[in-house]
Design a protein around this ligand. Structure first.
Ligand code: NAI
Length: 408
């Protein structure tokens, strides 16, 4: 295996579910043999197909179970070319020494842009005007239509998406405040607030960008909605469980809130074309979208590049930064060395055995780093070229070793 791109020639990559061509190109440029299938594979078909495959790429529909992995003896790493990783048995992958990578940030900008568009749409009641025009009704009114310049945008959850929204909103002349449970560096003139309550009380638009956690479940319920300014709008493109949809529908119909834009729902249809019902349908000035916040061509291409980059960096250098089920380590490459990479069961005495091998073979270690979790240890070691193969063989033979390889 190689330490330089373009020379991963012995490696077979299997990409399922129409993964973006940006990923194929990167693996081909790295010298890998790529097989791409348009659909997902069932458990049994996947088990068969994984024989001899070194890298597997999937999206959300392929379920990678313990049984699917049971004969994947050559599998080095797995890429989920999407955000979620629930479709993979992460524990089994970990125990087999297979790190799993995903693309948590590739659609950040896409979500932020949708929110900005919707803030303007809500300020101009565009959802209602568009619907009227499509049903043949001409209703030219200015009542309730405002510019967003000078208005206050309150961002709840100032992480990747929230902070991008803050930057874009400020460029449109909005005053931006945010509330986050963690301390976050404010971008531009964005201002942190002490509490959710303070944010709700002063924002003309409240946009939610929190993860789904026990704390965020129902965090916008009847009492929080009641604390919002009269006529303010709520936007949710985070997770459906964060907002009490029934309460939101009611408060909109009562006229307390001015509008809402909702992209995510507590229950979403599994496939396109299915019927969909929500308490928000036909409420005034409400924009409903089918969880498309992050769905753009750029996000898909970016997901392809982001996950392929993580996988190639793992193949080339053993870097596990960004892996969701593995100790995260990275080690700058020492010049003129070979790199031995070892995954082992995290039991007492492993390092003693590895050190004994290194010492018996009189191997000179240039650099090494070890990361552990409850089940495995992950070791990267840069060694003199003449001893690396002997060290790899001896480490590989240890009963505690799960996987050992060398990059040159
Ligand atoms: P992130 O992890 O970068 O940011 C989340 C922020 O929320 C963090 O700063 C965290 O400290 C904060 N937070 C957590 N609990 C909180 C609480 N109780 N109160 C206030 N702040 C809290 O996440 P990212 O990438 O910005 O994503 C945000 C949300 O957007 C996620 O729920 C994600 O699932 C969703 N999302 C939706 C998409 C769509 O298509 N609509 C696409 C991509 C992400």
């Amino acid at each position: 295996m190689s330490g330089s791109q373009g020379n991963l020639g012995a490696l077979r990559v299997l990409l399922l579910e129409n993964i973006h061509p940006s990923a194929h190109e990167m693996f081909r440029a790295a010298g890998c043999e790529v097989e791409a299938l348009s659909g997902a594979l069932g458990e049994e078909a996947l088990r068969e197909k994984l024989r001899g495959v070194h890298i597997l790429g999937i999206r959300s529909k392929t379920r990678v179970t313990a049984s699917a992995l049971s004969e994947a003896n050559d599998l080095l790493a797995l890429g989920c070319f999407c955000i979620g990783t629930n479709q993979v048995d992460l524990g089994v992958a970990n125990a087999r020494g297979v790190p799993v990578f995903n693309a948590p940030f590739s659609n950040t900008r896409s979500v932020a842009e949708l929110i900005i568009a919707e803030v303007v749409m809500l300020a101009r009641q565009l959802g209602d005007r568009i619907r009227e025009m499509h049903t043949g009704e001409w209703k030219k009114v200015a009542t309730g239509s405002v510019e967003v310049r000078g208005k206050t945008l309150g961002i709840v959850g100032y992480g990747h998406i929230g902070s991008q929204v803050g930057v874009l909103a400020e460029a449109m002349g909005m005053r931006v405040v945010f509330y986050d449970v963690a301390t976050r560096l404010p971008m531009g003139n964005n201002r942190p607030l002490e509490s959710l309550e303070a944010l709700l009380e002063q924002s003309d638009f409240v946009t939610l960008h929190v993860p789904e956690t026990p704390q965020t479940r129902g965090m916008m319920g009847p009492s929080e909605l009641a604390k919002m300014k009269n006529g303010a709008s709520l936007l949710n493109a985070s997770r459906g469980t964060v907002v009490d949809i029934e309460a939101l529908g009611q408060i909109l119909r009562e006229g307390k809130l001015g509008g809402a834009a909702v992209d995510v729902f507590p229950e979403e249809p599994e496939a396109n074309g299915r019927g969909f019902v929500t308490a928000l349908q036909n409420a005034p000035n409400v924009i409903l979208t089918p969880h498309i916040g992050g769905s753009t061509a750029e996000a898909q291409a970016s997901i392809g590049r982001e996950v392929a980059t993580s996988l190639i960096r793992y193949l080339d250098f053993g870097s596990t930064v960004g892996a969701v089920n593995f100790p995260q380590i990275e080690l700058g490459r020492s010049v003129g060395t070979h790199r031995v990479i070892n995954v082992h069961r995290n039991v007492p005495g492993v390092l003693r055995d590895i050190n004994r091998i290194v010492s018996d073979l009189d191997a000179n270690i240039h650099a090494q780093v070890l990361g552990t979790d409850a089940n495995i240890g992950y070791l990267i070691m840069d060694l003199e070229k003449d001893v690396s193969e002997a060290v790899r063989q001896a480490m590989s033979a240890l009963p505690t070793s799960i996987r050992t390889r060398t990059t040159y």
